[in-house]
Design a binder for this molecule. Structure first.
Ligand code: PLP
Length: 497
């Protein structure tokens, strides 16, 4: 079997059907990993030479299923509690499978993606609509510059496009002429809670990592400090970045206030909101207020592969003024000089897979009501978990969840809350996380976080654990077991550290 042919069609379908079953069972598995090896062991098992002779596809598949899949983490497991990227939505899996077979290339519309281009446009319009960006009438969408967004392969890519737009907005023509005055190309971010991608983007686009960090309070900008820093740096700032859900606690920025302060300081500054997580707020009326002001930002990043149960990788950068994408468009007569060729408006991307079909299928299957119901359940799970943390004498919750992230610390017995030994507390929490990873039965996330709410030691850098309530398979029993497990490890480590 090399290519699929009429002769091997049935055999191919049988093989692929079997794999779909294996994939479904993998996702339905209860544990995080079936087998755990350290990185060097995995390296030595899998980094091999390419053999001279080929093998039967069946035998390759057997190796894959026996030796590689069991070492994979199952993010759809109800014990995978650090993130919620399940990739388990049935409609999204169906869309993804079909896209794999259809092999469309959205760099071009006419011969490479005649219908895919328009499902992608539909999805981008649905996302815009959820966030409050107005859409032109369908009949007025005459080119990719009337759509108001592009899909990318992740929040990092979307943020990079936003930074490119900010740069071009600050100094039109830089795309062609190169960077002339990088001193005018700083961006403002909240200190300690930002995502590295905007800084990396500045480095990639040649302006250097020109970040101005503003102190935060409660995981949002300290607005007085923001106002002062905007005034002090007049003429040096090309963009202010606001997190509609920061990477760690998913706290939603005070978007309206950030917008108003920025526009008052300098209306030419490009306002960008990273709503990789915050898109979730658009699903339900209960959280809609949190998005107040976002529709006045110049651009918004969303990451459906984080919050919509769709398989990797799919993100989008949306722009308030659709024509803004002209600022970063490229032209080539090779294959993309036509009205609906996305290749013209997708910086850094040439061949472009039909990644949005997963989201198209998911959104159609759920509808607005289904998205609201999905979010209602997630909020119940999150509140249940927060309640269990609060009821556990050794655990300290560090955030009041805006969405589905609960960040908490294990405190050793007798910890003096008035004068905490932050170093020891961090060491024990890092130890807990390492043990969780080593054992592979559960998953929680961990990162450094300033204690912005002062629940342990104001501004101290902490290393807490993070739960996320997105996966609908998580039951209260899972949450109780996971917390018992953490408390158990904590107690053991206390005696040794
Ligand atoms: C707030 C935020 N922005 C951007 C990103 C980058 O997204 P991706 O990993 O999809 O590139 C992340 C990833 O965690 C994030 O949390």
């Amino acid at each position: 079997m090399v290519l699929i042919t009429p002769e091997n069609r049935d055999e191919t379908v049988e093989l692929l059907t079997r794999l779909v079953g294996i994939g479904a069972d993998f996702k339905l598995g209860d544990g995080v990993a079936q087998r755990r090896l350290n990185p060097h062991q995995v390296r030595d098992l899998l980094v091999t030479e390419l053999p001279k002779e080929g093998r039967e596809v069946d035998s390759v598949v057997r190796d894959l299923v026996r030796h590689i899949l069991p070492l994979c983490n199952n993010e759809a497991s109800p014990r995978f509690l650090g993130f919620g990227h399940t990739g388990a939505d049935v409609a999204a899996l169906a869309g993804g499978l079909l896209a794999l077979f259809a092999q469309q290339n959205l760099i071009n519309q006419s011969f490479a993606a005649p219908s895919a281009t328009f499902t992608e446009i539909a999805v981008l319009r649905w996302l815009r609509d959820l966030l409050g960006y107005p859409n032109p009438l369908v009949g007025d969408v005459a080119s990719v510059w009337d759509v108001g967004g592009v899909t990318t392969y992740g929040g990092t890519g979307s943020n990079a496009v936003a930074m490119l737009l900010a740069r071009e907005n600050a100094a039109p023509g830089t795309l062609h002429d190169g960077v002339r005055e990088p001193e005018r190309m700083h961006i403002v971010v909240p200190a300690g809670i930002g995502h590295y991608s905007v800084k990396s983007a500045l480095e990639w686009i040649g302006v250097g990592g020109r970040i101005i960090e503003v102190p935060t309070r409660g995981y949002r900008y300290d607005l007085a400090a923001l106002e002062r820093i905007l005034a002090e740096n007049k003429g040096r700032i090309m963009s202010v970045v606001a997190y509609t859900g920061d990477s760690r606690t998913h706290t939603v920025e005070n978007l309206r206030a950030v917008h108003d302060l920025t526009r008052a300081a300098d209306p030419r500054i490009w306002l960008h909101s990273d709503a990789c997580w915050g898109l979730m707020c658009a699903f339900t009326d209960e959280l809609a207020d949190k998005l107040d002001g976002i529709a006045d930002f110049d651009s918004i990043t969303v990451d459906p592969h984080k919050v919509m149960d769709i398989p990797y990788a799919m993100s989008a950068l949306l722009v308030r003024e659709p024509a803004a994408l002209r600022m970063v468009s490229s032209y080539s007569d090779l294959i993309m000089q036509e009205d609906y060729a996305f290749g013209q408006v997708t910086p850094f991307i040439g061949t472009k897979e039909w990644s949005s079909l997963k989201l198209w299928a998911m959104m159609l299957a759920h509808g607005r009501d289904g998205l609201a119901e999905m979010m209602r359940k997630r909020l119940i799970t999150t509140r249940t978990f927060a309640g269990l943390v609060d009821a556990s004498p050794r655990l300290l919750r560090l955030n009041d969840p805006d969405m589905t992230a609960v960040v908490f610390l294990y405190l050793p017995e007798g910890a003096d809350r008035a004068r905490p030994d932050v170093e020891r507390i961090n060491a024990i929490n890092k130890g807990i996380h390492q043990r969780i990873l080593d054992e592979g039965r559960w998953h929680f996330h961990q990162f450094s976080l300033p204690d912005d709410t002062g629940r342990l030691a104001q501004d101290a850098v902490l290393h807490p654990l993070r739960f996320m309530g997105n996966n609908q398979r998580i039951t209260e029993a899972h949450m109780r077991d996971a917390l018992d497990y953490i408390n158990g490890i904590g107690r053991q480590l206390e005696t040794t550290q």
